[in-house]
Design a protein around this ligand. Structure first.
Ligand SMILES: Nc1ncnc2c1ncn2[C@@H]1O[C@H](COP(=O)(O)OP(=O)(O)OP(=O)(O)O)[C@@H](O)[C@H]1O
Length: 859
C-alpha cells in the first residue's frame, strides 16, 4: 500500500512538473518559432541574445522587417527581394483598414505617417527618421518611402510632380554618392527631403536640404574607395563625340578616378542624363556641367614643374587662360598692407594643394547649384501645400582606419539623431510612466549627452577649440591643437588618448563605438580656405555656368585678407541645429537599418556585428521600455480608437446638421432671389406694355384725327364738286338703252354706246356704270389717296399691281374690276345699270355708300 501511495505521489509529481514545464515553455519563447515573432516586444525573456536570435531566425526565413516597439528594424538583404516593394504591395498597405495588423514593413511606417497627417484635427507634420550605419540601407529605405508616397499620394496632373521627385534621386546619388570600403553606394552628404502635401493629401511638391558634402573626395580617395559616381558614369557612358568635347580618350587614366575597372550598377550615365533632362536641365546646361567635371578630372592629372598638357586641357575645358591658370596655381599672392600684393612662388606640394582646392570648390559649388535647381524644379509655392512628411537620410556612423574632420562631422550628426531619439522616446516614455503612477523602475540606457557636450558644448569642446585655433591668425599646428584638447577636455569621460601613439589624435567614445580621429589636416579642412586669386580666375571663365557659380564669391566668405571666419564645423553645427528644430516640431517615426554583415554579402548574418549595432542604438532598451508600456499603450490605443470612433460619429452628425442648415439656407436664398427676379421682371414687362399701349393709343388717335379730317375734307370736296352737278346731269345725261348682253369672259368688251370709254376722275364709279352701259371703263386714279378711295369704295383690299376682285357691284352688272398699273382701274359690266342713269346720286345704302355723291365726268 505504502509503495502504491509512493508511486501515486511520484506520478503526481511528474505530471505537475510536466505541466509546469509546459507553462514555462509557453511563457518563454519557443526558439523553433522565433521567426514568427513580428514584434520584438513579445519575446520572452527580453534579452539581447533572444532579440538577436529572433532577428537571425527571421533573416534566415527571408523576413526582413520586424517591429521593435516604436521602431521598425530593417535588415538589409543585400539583394533585390521579389515582390517586396511592388505596386500591389504598396496598394495593399495603403488600402488596409489597420495596416499595423499586416506583416511589418517599411510601408506601415509610411502609411502611419500619411494617416497621421490626415487624421489630426490640426494637421501635424511628420518625420521619418532612418538611421543605421554606413551600408545598412538608409538610402534604399528612403527611396522606397519616396516611391510609396509618389504612388499613393499622386495626383493626375500633367506636370507629374512625383516623377520629378523620384528623378531627383539618381542625380543626387550620382553627384553625392561614392563607393567606400563600407558601402558601394555610400551617401557622402546628408539630406532631408520634405514631401509637400496639399489639403487633399496629394503630393504637390518637394524640397531638399543637404548637409555637408564630403568634397575632399574629389581630390582624395582612400585605398579601395572611389570618387563620386558621376565621374565614372561619364568615363563609361560618354559617346565618341562627348569624349572629344571633354578631351577624354577611352583608354585615358585619371589620377582622381581610382578603381575604375569595376563597373557598379550605379555607373549608369544615361539614367542620370535622362533624370537631368526630366528636371529641366537643358542640353546646353548639361554640356556645361559635364565640361566642368571633365575639367576637374584634367586638373587631377596636372603635374607641376614642368606643367603637363593636362593643364592646357583643363584650362580649355574651364575656358580660362592656361597661363593664368598655371600662374595662379603656382604663385601665391600675399597682401602686404600698403605695398600691395606680394607674389610668392609655391612649392610643388603647395601647388598640388591649390589645385585640389580649385577642384573641390568647383565641385562643391556645382553640387549646390544642382540642389538649388532641383528645388526650383520640384518645390511647390507656399500657398499650394499645407503639410509635409520629411525623410531624413544622413550618412551613417563611420569608423575608418584614418578618420578626420569629415568622420567627426558625420558621427556628430549621428550622435545628434541618437539624442533626438533618446530624449524623445526613451527619456520621455519613462517620465510619462512615472507621471502616470506606474510601478516603474527606470531602465538604464546609454545617454549620449556627455559625448555631445564633448563635441559641441561650451565653453570648451572639440569644435570650440578647433574654431579658436582656426581663427587665430597663425599657421595650423596639429600638435598644439592636440595638446590643447588634452588639457581642456581631459575631464570628459567620452574622450581618451593613446599614450603610445606618435600622431596627434583623440579618441571619442561614441554611442556606436570608439573612433580615433587624427588631428593632422583638421584645421585646414575646418578653415576651408580658397585662395582669392583662384576664385578670381573662375569668375573670368567663359563658361557661363562656372562664371555664375562664383559671381560675388570673392567678397563673401573668402575675403582678400584671409580665410573666412565661418568655419566648416560652425556651419555644419548651425544647419544640424535647424534640422533638429524641424524634427522636434514634427511627429517622428523611427526606422533602424541593420547591416547583417560588413562585406555586404547577400543573406549572410554575422551575429557579432549585428549585436554591436543593436547595442549601439540601444534597441534592447527601447524594446524593454516599449514592452512595459505595451499594456498601457494597448489600453490607451483602444481608448483612443474608441474616442476617435466617437469623435467621427459626432463629427458626421454635426457635419450632417451643418449641411442641412446650409442647404436650407441656400434654398431660402434661392427662393428669395427668384421672387425678387420675378417681381422685377413683372414690373419691367408692365412698364413695357404700358409704354406700347400708350404708343398705340397715340397712333390710334392720330389715325382717327387724320381719318376724320380726311373724311371731312372728302365730304367738302364732294360737296363742292356736286354743286351744280344736278343741273348738268339733267341736261347732259340721257337714259341709256339696256345692255343686250354682257361681255363674256375672254371676249373683248364691246365699246360703249355713249361716250365710252369713260374716264372717271376720282371715285364716281356708280355714275360711270350708269353712263357706260356697255362697258369698259377706264378709271384714272392717280396717287395713293385716290386709289385707296376707289378700293375702299368698292370694298376691295388695296393691293399693288394688277388684281381682279369680285365685288358687291356684281348685282349692278359689274363683272370685274381690274386695277391697272399706274393708277387706272378697269371695270367690266355684265349689263348696263341703266336705272342709275335716271337716278341722281342719293342716299342709298346699297353697299357702295357714297357713290351717289360722286361727280361723273365723261371724256
Ligand atoms: N531592402 C533592400 N533590398 C535590397 N537591397 C538593399 C536593401 N537595402 C539596402 N540594400 C543594398 O544595400 C546597399 C547599401 O544600402 P544603402 O546605400 O541604402 O546604405 P546606407 O545606409 O544609405 O549607407 P550610407 O550611410 O553609406 O549612405 C544598397 O546599395 C543595396 O544594394
Amino acid at each position: 500500500q505504502v509503495n502504491g501511495a509512493r508511486e501515486q505521489v511520484q506520478t503526481c509529481r511528474l505530471s505537475l512538473n510536466d505541466s509546469l514545464e509546459r507553462d514555462v515553455r509557453t511563457f518563454l519563447v519557443d526558439e523553433a518559432e522565433l521567426h514568427t515573432y513580428d514584434d520584438l516586444t513579445k519575446v520572452n525573456p527580453l534579452t539581447p541574445t533572444i532579440v538577436l536570435k529572433c532577428l537571425q531566425a527571421r533573416y534566415g526565413a527571408r523576413v526582413f522587417y520586424t517591429r521593435a516597439g516604436c521602431t521598425l528594424v530593417a535588415l538589409n538583404p543585400f539583394q533585390p527581394v521579389l515582390d517586396l516593394y511592388s505596386l500591389d504591395v504598396m496598394h495593399k498597405y495603403h488600402a488596409a483598414a489597420q495596416p499595423q495588423d499586416l506583416k511589418p514593413h517599411i510601408f506601415i511606417v509610411a502609411e502611419e505617417a500619411y494617416r497621421n497627417v490626415r487624421g489630426q484635427v490640426e494637421p501635424v507634420n511628420q518625420s521619418l527618421v532612418v538611421s543605421g550605419e554606413s551600408g545598412a540601407g538608409k538610402t534604399w529605405t528612403s527611396r522606397c518611402l519616396m516611391k510609396y508616397y509618389a504612388t499613393v499620394a499622386s495626383q493626375d496632373t500633367v506636370e507629374r510632380i512625383e516623377r520629378r521627385v523620384l528623378d531627383s534621386n539618381p542625380i543626387m546619388e550620382a553627384f553625392g554618392n561614392a563607393r567606400t570600403v563600407r558601402n558601394g553606394n555610400s551617401s557622402r552628404f546628408g539630406k532631408y527631403i520634405q514631401l509637400q502635401l496639399n489639403s487633399s493629401q496629394l503630393l504637390v511638391g518637394a524640397s531638399v536640404q543637404t548637409y555637408l558634402l564630403e568634397k575632399t573626395r574629389v581630390a582624395f580617395q582612400a585605398a579601395n574607395e572611389r570618387n563620386f559616381h558621376i565621374f565614372y558614369q561619364m568615363m563609361k557612358g560618354a559617346t565618341e563625340k562627348q569624349r572629344q568635347e571633354w578631351g577624354m580618350q577611352e583608354d585615358q587614366t585619371f589620377a582622381w578616378l581610382p578603381n575604375a575597372e569595376k563597373t557598379l550598377e550605379e555607373d549608369f550615365f544615361q539614367e542620370t542624363v535622362e533624370a537631368m533632362a526630366s528636371l529641366g536641365i537643358d542640353v546646353d546646361k548639361r554640356a556645361q556641367i559635364f565640361r566642368l567635371l571633365a575639367g576637374i578630372l584634367q586638373l587631377g592629372n596636372v603635374r607641376f614643374r614642368p606643367p603637363a598638357c593636362s593643364l592646357r586641357k583643363a584650362a580649355a575645358l574651364l575656358r580660362v587662360s592656361p597661363d593664368e591658370l598655371e600662374e595662379r596655381l603656382s604663385v601665391q599672392r600675399l597682401h602686404a598692407g600698403r605695398q600691395g600684393a606680394l607674389l610668392k612662388p609655391c612649392s610643388a606640394g603647395e601647388c598640388a594643394v591649390r589645385r585640389d582646392c580649385l577642384a573641390k570648390v568647383i565641385y562643391a559649388h556645382l553640387f549646390e547649384w544642382l540642389v538649388t535647381f532641383i528645388n526650383g524644379s520640384m518645390c511647390a509655392d507656399d500657398a499650394s501645400w499645407c503639410t509635409f512628411i520629411g525623410l531624413l537620410d544622413v550618412y551613417g556612423f563611420e569608423r575608418f582606419p584614418l578618420n578626420s574632420l569629415e568622420q567627426l562631422c558625420i558621427n556628430y550628426a549621428n550622435e545628434k539623431l541618437q539624442q533626438h531619439f533618446v530624449t524623445l522616446y526613451l527619456r520621455a516614455q519613462q517620465e510619462e510612466y512615472v507621471s502616470e503612477g506606474m510601478h516603474w523602475s527606470i531602465v538604464r540606457y546609454r545617454d549620449n549627452q556627455d559625448c555631445l557636450d564633448l563635441i559641441e558644448g561650451s565653453p570648451s569642446s572639440i569644435f570650440s577649440l578647433l574654431n579658436e585655433e582656426c581663427r587665430l591668425n597663425r599657421a595650423s599646428d596639429a600638435e598644439r591643437l592636440s595638446k590643447r584638447l588634452q588639457t581642456e577636455l581631459s575631464r570628459s569621460s567620452s574622450v581618451s588618448w593613446d599614450k603610445f601613439s606618435t600622431q596627434p589624435h583623440f579618441t571619442v567614445a561614441h554611442y556606436a563605438g570608439d573612433v580615433t580621429y587624427h588631428v593632422h589636416g583638421m584645421m585646414e579642412k575646418n578653415k576651408d580656405p580658397v585662395p582669392p586669386e583662384l576664385l578670381n580666375l573662375l569668375q573670368q571663365s567663359e563658361v557661363p555656368l562656372l562664371q555664375s557659380l562664383f559671381a560675388g564669391s570673392g567678397t563673401e566668405g573668402h575675403g582678400p585678407r584671409g580665410p573666412s571666419k565661418v568655419t566648416v564645423v560652425s556651419k555644419f553645427k548651425n544647419s544640424l541645429e535647424s534640422l533638429m528644430r524641424i524634427l522636434h516640431s514634427t511627429t517622428p517615426h523611427y526606422t533602424r537599418c541593420i547591416k547583417p554583415n560588413a562585406d555586404c554579402t547577400p543573406l549572410s548574418f554575422k551575429g557579432e556585428e549585428v549585436m554591436s549595432q543593436l547595442e549601439a542604438c540601444g534597441l534592447v532598451e527601447t524594446i524593454h521600455i516599449s514592452a512595459a508600456g505595451f499594456s498601457i499603450r494597448y489600453r490607451t490605443r483602444a481608448c483612443l480608437e474608441l474616442l476617435e470612433a466617437h469623435r467621427n460619429r459626432v463629427r458626421s452628425a454635426k457635419a450632417f446638421c451643418v449641411q442641412c442648415c446650409w442647404r436650407r439656407y441656400q434654398r431660402r436664398q434661392r427662393a428669395v432671389r427668384t421672387q425678387r427676379a420675378t417681381r422685377i421682371q413683372a414690373a419691367v414687362r408692365a412698364w413695357l406694355a404700358r409704354r406700347e399701349v400708350r404708343k398705340w393709343h397715340r397712333a390710334a388717335s392720330v389715325i382717327q384725327t387724320r381719318w376724320r379730317s380726311w373724311r371731312t375734307w372728302m365730304d367738302t370736296l364732294a360737296k363742292e364738286e356736286l354743286d351744280g352737278a344736278e343741273e348738268k346731269c339733267e341736261e347732259e345725261f340721257r337714259p341709256m338703252p339696256p345692255l343686250s348682253h354682257a361681255p363674256r369672259e375672254g371676249h373683248p368688251a364691246q365699246p360703249p354706246s355713249v361716250g365710252a370709254p369713260v374716264a372717271v376722275c376720282a371715285w364716281p364709279l356708280g355714275l360711270a356704270l350708269a353712263c357706260t352701259p356697255h362697258l369698259t371703263l377706264t378709271f384714272t386714279a392717280t396717287g395713293f389717296q385716290r386709289l385707296a378711295s376707289a378700293t375702299a369704295a368698292l370694298k376691295i383690299p388695296s393691293r399693288q399691281g394688277e388684281y381682279k376682285v369680285e365685288t358687291n357691284q356684281f348685282e349692278r352688272g359689274v363683272a370685274s374690276i381690274r386695277a391697272q398699273p399706274r393708277g387706272s382701274v378697269k371695270l367690266h359690266a355684265r349689263r348696263s345699270p341703266l336705272h342709275y342713269a335716271h337716278t341722281y346720286p342719293g342716299h342709298h345704302h346699297d353697299g357702295v355708300a357714297g357713290f351717289n355723291q360722286i361727280l361723273l365726268e365723261q371724256t
